[in-house]
Design a protein around this ligand. Structure first.
Ligand code: 13P
Length: 336
């Protein structure tokens, strides 16, 4: 069995990042609604199959794919498991194991992510189904009075228990504390909330004896709230992000893979590129994008068989752009 430290390193191999294709049934329906496609099991399988069969992207730019429970059990129309299609390209299958963010009692507008009960058994099953890594997303929101320390506390605790259980099963945990972009706050507020969250998360990971060499951190970038009319430049975002992480993220962590969180495709690429232009960072800094890797591909597909190639091309292009950004060698000319 490959050791978790090796798997974690493979997840952030040079110029590679992770495709987040683990939209829950509700979220994928929302995505399909934007192109007027019915969210049937067949359509979900077909759309995701097109991405995973994009050989150029999968072999060169995508180190792993986060799957939803339905997808890790799914096969294409020829009976080939989607997990095997991913593996054939040399990429690693992963699985979302949290059960979603639920309202946190007594704390209006804040959530706690559920899914710890029975997790040990589920991880065993997912490991048998081929998962090499897992994901758990905690959600932290910013408002005048949030995030509360209670919200940060309970979410950090859950992330640590999840991460320890994953490592026990030989699965690398992606630890995802997402400070949401929603709101009109400025970048400093995001910096402070991200810092407070990450410090608590690493405190709890260490308290729960999690091996930091065998995790990947999946955070938000430090960025202005989406409803703030002031927009920091990519260079400012990159500097604030890296300086925040230097205060919070231990050097043993092999890799940080960002979520896109509502940034446009090109924004997410450009910001990652600026982040990677900064020298002397101890960790690999790459991507684990959902929307920022899939938006054009989804638009190109439109649920039609004849658009498969266009869909695959759009996905391959975004994967390649983000691969360049993961090395700090993207420029806007690459987009055309
Ligand atoms: P986005 O990149 O669309 O934010 O999705 C990444 C993800 O996996 C969120 O949990």
């Amino acid at each position: 069995m490959t050791n978790i430290n090796e798997i974690a390193k493979q997840m952030v191999a040079e110029g590679k990042g992770i495709l987040a294709a683990d939209e829950s049934s509700g979220t994928i329906k929302k995505r399909f609604d934007t192109i007027n496609v019915n969210s049937s099991e067949e359509n979900r399988m077909n759309y995701r199959r097109i991405l995973f069969e994009s050989t150029e992207a999968m072999q060169n730019y995508i180190s792993g794919v986060i799957l939803f429970d339905e997808t890790i059990r799914q096969s294409n129309n020829d009976g080939e498991r989607l997990v095997d299609i991913i593996k054939k390209s040399g990429s690693l299958p992963g699985i979302k194991v949290d059960m979603g963010a639920k309202e946190l009692a007594t704390m209006q507008g804040e959530t706690v992510t559920e899914g710890l009960d029975g997790l040990r058994e589920r991880l065993q099953e997912y490991s048998n189904l081929g998962a090499k890594f897992a994901k758990w997303r905690a959600v932290i929101s910013i408002s005048n009075k949030n995030p509360s320390s209670l919200c940060i506390d309970v979410n950090a605790h859950a992330l640590a228990r999840y991460a320890a259980l994953c490592q026990e099963s030989g699965i690398v945990p992606i630890v995802e504390p997402e400070v949401l972009m929603d709101g009109s706050h400025d970048i400093q507020k995001c910096y402070d909330a991200t810092k407070e969250t990450l410090l608590k998360v690493f405190d709890d990971l260490s308290f729960h004896n999690v091996d930091l060499k065998g995790i990947c951190l999946k955070p938000n970038m430090v960025i202005d709230g989406s409803e703030n009319s002031e927009k920091s430049s990519p260079k400012e975002i990159a500097e604030m992000t890296v300086s925040c992480f230097k205060e919070c993220v231990p050097e043993e962590v092999p890799g940080i893979v960002f979520l896109s969180g509502g940034q446009s495709e090109v924004e997410a690429t450009q910001n990652l590129n600026e982040i990677n232009k900064i020298e002397n960072t101890p960790w690999k800094l790459s991507f684990s994008y959902g929307r920022a890797l899939q938006s054009s591909a989804l638009q190109a597909w439109q649920g039609k068989l004849e658009n498969e190639e266009l869909c695959s091309k759009a996905f391959t292009h975004r994967a390649k752009m983000n691969s360049l950004a993961a090395k700090g060698s993207w420029s806007s000319q690459e987009e055309v």
